[in-house]
Ligand binder design. Structure first.
Ligand SMILES: Cc1cc2nc3c(=O)[nH]c(=O)nc-3n(C[C@H](O)[C@H](O)[C@H](O)COP(=O)(O)O)c2cc1C
Length: 275
């Protein structure tokens, strides 16, 4: 039997288990003083290379949100599970102008593209500037931010995911009990599942082009995962039509991909397995 649970403030934590990224966001206030606090309402929303963007949800009266409104810059630092006690230390309410990092083992390094410092001990860091801020009435302030730089500990960027996950050891946030007791998981029991190849017959089904595609471009389209294939097809056709073409050619696909920042290395991700 299922029961309906009342939706109250903080439903995302009290009534819902919502595994999340744990970060420490660093900002500067108008006087240039460092502020740091944990944040986990974070989601990528523009995955293209030209305009990479992320959205973050803040309490509007937090120092972090006010600093971001005032300065337009912040850094998202991802600590490993070994630093959870320091993360929790930065969550304590300190007066205006306090640098929470001074109460932790965290040390700072200069950021590359923005003024707020980055945290040296964090293996994965994102430097951001504000694109747009939406202040929800009596609720969160949402910051849509441009990703100016992604910084990693040297060596991590070379690792395959199976190796990088344990090397980074990022904690997974599992919410809190009454904003007092916070729960986390460590990635010690990671499982990987292989996405099985879609049978060729099904791959070809359900895709109806509105233009002719030459053999090469159709082969390339068929290598794109089924879940995004139709979207890619429509975009390529719009692009080819815009160029005055009657038949879609491979060059239309590659030119369009290059225009949205998907170079051949990114395209190779969509190569899939050939049988
Ligand atoms: C693990 C963790 C995750 C948190 N995530 C968020 C969040 O995503 N948004 C938010 O407004 N507050 C979040 N908080 C609460 C803030 O960190 C807390 O209110 C902090 O004191 C704000 O500090 P500041 O005023 O210096 O920005 C989180 C706290 C913890 C411990």
């Amino acid at each position: 039997m299922k029961v309906e649970v009342p939706i109250r403030p903080f439903w995302y934590s009290d009534a819902w288990i919502f595994p999340k990224l744990i970060t420490v966001v660093t900002t500067l206030d108008k006087e240039g003083r460092v502020n740091a606090a944990p944040y986990s309402h974070i989601m990528q929303f523009d995955v293209m290379a030209q305009t990479p963007r992320i959205m973050v949800g803040f309490r509007q009266d937090s120092h972090t949100f006010r600093n971001i409104v005032d300065t337009g810059e912040f850094v998202i630092n991802c600590p490993s599970s070994d630093y959870l006690d320091d993360v929790m230390e930065t969550a304590r309410f300190y007066p205006d102008g306090t640098n929470e990092l001074e109460h932790t083992r965290f040390t700072t390094i200069e950021s590359r593209k923005v003024k707020p410092p980055s945290i040296a001990e964090c293996p994965q860091i994102m430097e951001c500037t504000v694109d747009e801020i939406v202040k929800l009435e009596r609720s969160s302030g949402i910051v849509y931010a441009n990703i100016e730089a992604i910084i990693m500990d040297e060596g991590l960027e070379q690792m395959k995911r199976a190796e990088r996950i344990p090397a980074m050891n990022l904690p997974i946030g599992l919410g809190d009990q009454d904003r007092f007791e916070y729960f986390f998981a460590r990635p010690s029991d990671v499982v990987a599942f292989e996405l099985k190849e879609t049978p060729r017959g099904i791959q070809a089904e359900g895709i109806s082009t509105s233009m002719d595609w030459d053999v090469e471009s159709m082969e390339s389209l068929m290598q794109i995962p089924p879940m995004v294939r139709e979207m890619v097809m429509t975009q390529v056709e719009t692009f080819a039509r815009g160029k005055g073409a009657e038949t879609v050619e491979l060059a239309h696909m590659t030119d369009l991909m290059a225009e949205v920042g998907m170079d051949s290395a990114v395209m190779a991700r969509f190569g899939g397995k050939k049988d």
